[in-house]
Design a protein around this ligand. Structure first.
Ligand SMILES: CC(C)(COP(=O)(O)OP(=O)(O)OC[C@H]1O[C@@H](n2cnc3c(N)ncnc32)[C@H](O)[C@@H]1OP(=O)(O)O)[C@@H](O)C(=O)NCCC(=O)NCCS
Length: 160
């Protein structure tokens, strides 16, 4: 597996990943190419969007990190990062999400971004467990959504 920045040529494969997640009942909507281009690859607030490519060249998943502007639809504080992770069910639990997050943290440090927020469905145990495992902790929640935050700087200090 290799991790690389997403570009337009990856769009259809990323759309296929979203469709796989939808087909598995883990997402409310499929993701067509235009959605992928607009929301991830060409989003004006993109800090990074990384794809994980399998040894056979197939895209296994992707992760986006966006700059949170005032009034962003997720309600994240201005200046934070907003993260989204999408790994195909056929590649689940193989370390794809973990590898993607290493690239995202590097991008956050370079930008720099000190805090990253993830909005996860309250009924998405895999998503909640994944972000917890990456070091995110709950900061606010409703019945529908749980928002977890990752402190980029404080985590740095723990790594010698
Ligand atoms: C949640 C998701 C991103 C995890 O990606 P992944 O590539 O399977 O995760 P990894 O294999 O890198 O797992 C890293 C760690 O996260 C945790 N984790 C991941 N999936 C888990 C699951 N289904 N149950 C419990 N813990 C899980 C584990 O601690 C895991 O470490 P381990 O395998 O060494 O125990 C992926 O399942 C996915 O894209 N789901 C659909 C979309 C989604 O829910 N996105 C995130 C919330 S919006």
């Amino acid at each position: 597996m290799r991790i690389k920045p997403a570009n337009t040529a990856d769009g259809q494969s990323m759309s296929d990943v979203l469709d796989d997640i939808f087909a598995a009942g883990l997402r409310k909507t499929p993701g067509d190419l235009q959605t992928v281009l607009a929301n991830y690859i060409e989003h004006p607030d993109r800090i990074e969007c990384s794809v994980a490519e399998g040894d056979d060249g197939r895209i296994l998943g992707f992760q986006s990190l966006r700059y949170a502007r005032a009034g962003n639809p997720y309600g994240a504080p201005e200046g934070w990062g907003i993260i989204g992770t999408h790994v195909s069910p056929r590649a689940a639990r193989l370390g794809v999400g973990r590898a993607l997050f290493q690239a995202t943290v590097r991008a956050a440090k370079d930008f720099p971004i000190e805090k990253i927020e993830a909005a996860i469905g309250a009924k998405n145990p895999a998503g909640l467990a994944y972000y917890e495992a990456m070091g995110f902790r709950t900061r606010r929640e409703t019945e529908v959504t749980i928002c977890k935050v990752y402190h980029v700087a404080s985590r740095d200090r723990q790594i010698p």
